[in-house]
Design a protein around this ligand. Sequence first.
Ligand code: NI
Length: 226
Amino acid sequence: MVLIEQLLTTHEVTTLRQRLDQVPWRDGKRTAMGMAADVKQNVQADSDDLVVQQLSLSLLAKFGANPKLVSAVLPSKFFPPCFNRYGIGEHYGFHVDAAVMRIPSSIDILRSDMSMTLFLSEPDEYEGGELVIKTEFGEQRVKPRAGDAVTYPSSSLHRVLPVTKGIRVAAITWMQSMVQDTHIRESLFELDQSIQQLLENDNVSREILDNLHHVYHNLIRKHAVI
Ligand code: NI
């Protein structure tokens, strides 16, 4: 699980929320596949609406330009982000996201390697509503700031706890990675993050950094499937 802080600025979140207040919302069960529909209770911005599509596209541009997101996911395809809202009593029980998805209005198929939730409500706007992800180290609960995003393997069981007060708004997307193997992808991310940290250390020689960059890019070349 990777936390991407302030993927959107406070100002961007506010603008987005204002526009989302004016679009049509539909029962979330309409877009849940199979068993997920039984445990899904929320509403989703109507993805047939032109304004919703525009907002979704503007998020895609932000996602693709975020260095930490790109490093963690190494994305080759994004599913257009969807917007969801949980009011009091609404929740989404444990489920695994669909493995393959057709990108709307295209024949393109995406394999969901990583899922991402972008929080659009401040944690003090609602009670409950934590995103819970089952990992090999136990359950992780997250409720970050508005504008923060969390990525996690689409294969992991996850849920959204019932909201008990206020409203929780979020955007979600699914991403196909150039590197399908989760462990290799995680190692590449760790390597890149370490290189970024070394870049800020004046005592590290240019030669060593060049070497590490070299290794990183050659590993990407070896493992990336486009
Ligand atoms: Ni999900």
